[in-house]
Design a protein around this ligand. Structure first.
Ligand code: MN
Length: 311
C-alpha cells in the first residue's frame, strides 16, 4: 500500500520548510481559555508553526470554536494528541475498558476535525502505563480492531492517526519503530491507509540501537517526531545523539513536523507529573525553554543540511 505520510495543515503555504511544533504541555497544565491564549501567543512569539494540543476532556476547556479563533489570531496550526490510560485501554480483552478507549480516540478525532487539525497522535494503541505482563495475541488483536474502526472515522474527517511508540515502562505493546511499522502494516492489510508512525526521541533513546536506526526502521511511515531529551529537560543538555538523528532525517528526506516536548513539574498538572514520572524540576520558565529549543532545532537543521539558507 502506498501511504502518504504528510500531515495536512490549514496554513500549509505559510509553514516553515520543516515545520516546528511545540507541545502545549511545555506551556500550560490545561486548556482553559487563559491557558490556551498563553500557550498559543507564546508559541507564535517563539517562532513555532504549530502547537500540539492534548484532546481536552476536562470541564472548563476552551471550546473548539474558541480554539480555532485563537489559532487564527496567532497564525498557528495545530495537531492533537492523547495517551490512553488503564481505564481506557484498547490493548485489553475487557470490553468495557476497550469501549472507553475507543470513545476517547473517537472524541480526539472529532476534536481534531473541529479545530482543523489533520493529525491525532500519541499513545493511541495501548494504555500509557507500566504493565505487569506482556501483551497477548488477544489484547493486540483487540487494539488492531479498535484502531481499524477509529481510522475509518478519522479518514472521513481527513485526520491521520499517529502511533507513538514508548519505552517498556510505559507500554508493553509498541516499544520500537520496527514493531510499530509491523503493527501499522497489519492495519494496512485491513485497508487502513491513514495510520502513521510517530517517533519520540526520549522513548527511542531507551529502546533503539540508535535514533538513526529508529528513523530508518520507520521508513516512509514516519510522519511526526517528538524532540525530547534523554531526561525530558532542555534540548541539547542531555545525552541524546542529536547529530545522528538529524543526519538520518536528512538522509531519508523527512520534512517534519518536529515537535518539542519537554515537561517540568513547574508547569504540568500533578496528574501528568505522576503519569510520566517527572519528579525533578529541570527548568521553570517556558519562555526560556521554548526559545532555546527553537534555536537548538534550527541549528541542528542547518548543520544537517535539512534546512539550507535558501529555504
Ligand atoms: Mn512524546
Amino acid at each position: 500500500m502506498v501511504v502518504d505520510s504528510r500531515i495536512p495543515f490549514r496554513r500549509a503555504a505559510a509553514l516553515s520548510p520543516v515545520p516546528l511544533g511545540v507541545h502545549a504541555g511545555v506551556w500550560v497544565k490545561d486548556w482553559s481559555p487563559a491557558s490556551a491564549r498563553f500557550a498559543l501567543e507564546g508559541s507564535a512569539a517563539a517562532g513555532f508553526d504549530l502547537v500540539e494540543i492534548p484532546a481536552p476532556a476536562q470541564e472548563g476547556s476552551l471550546s473548539p470554536a474558541g480554539t480555532v479563533t485563537l489559532l487564527d489570531d496567532t497564525g498557528l496550526d495545530a495537531v492533537v494528541s492523547l495517551a490512553l490510560d488503564p481505564a481506557s485501554d484498547i490493548n485489553t480483552t475487557d470490553a468495557a475498558t476497550s469501549a472507553r478507549g475507543e470513545r476517547r480516540l473517537l472524541d480526539a478525532v472529532e476534536f481534531a476535525h473541529a479545530i482543523g487539525a489533520g493529525y491525532v497522535g500519541g499513545v493511541t494503541y495501548s494504555a500509557m502505563t507500566k504493565y505487569d505482563r506482556p501483551a497477548t495475541a488477544a489484547t493486540r488483536a483487540n487494539a488492531l480492531a479498535v484502531l481499524e474502526r477509529v481510522a475509518t472515522v478519522a479518514r472521513d474527517a481527513d485526520v491521520r492517526l499517529g502511533l507513538e511508540y514508548v519505552n517498556r515502562y510505559e507500554s508493553n505493546l509498541l516499544n520500537t519503530a520496527a514493531q510499530t511499522a509491523e503493527f501499522i502494516g497489519e492495519l494496512q492489510a485491513r485497508g487502513v491507509d491513514n495510520a502513521l508512525l510517530h517517533i519520540d526521541t526520549y522513548h527511542a533513546n531507551t529502546e533503539e540501537l540508535s535514533l538513526a536506526d529508529a528513523v530508518h526502521d520507520a521508513g516512509d511511515l514516519l510522519a511526526y517526531l517528538h524532540l525530547s531529551e534523554s531526561h525530558r529537560g532542555a534540548l541539547g543538555t542531555g545525552s541524546l545523539d542529536w547529530a545522528g538523528l538529524f543526519r538520518a532525517l536528512a538522509d531519508t528526506g523527512f520534512r517534519g513536523p518536529l515537535t518539542v516536548e519537554s515537561f517540568s513539574p513547574a508547569v504540568i498538572s500533578a496528574a501528568t507529573r505522576d503519569e510520566i514520572g517527572a519528579w525533578r524540576t529541570l527548568w521553570s520558565d517556558p519562555v526560556d525553554l521554548t526559545r532555546s529549543a527553537a534555536a537548538f532545532v534550527r541549528e541542528q537543521l542547518t548543520a544537517s543540511a535539512l534546512l539550507t539558507p535558501i529555504d
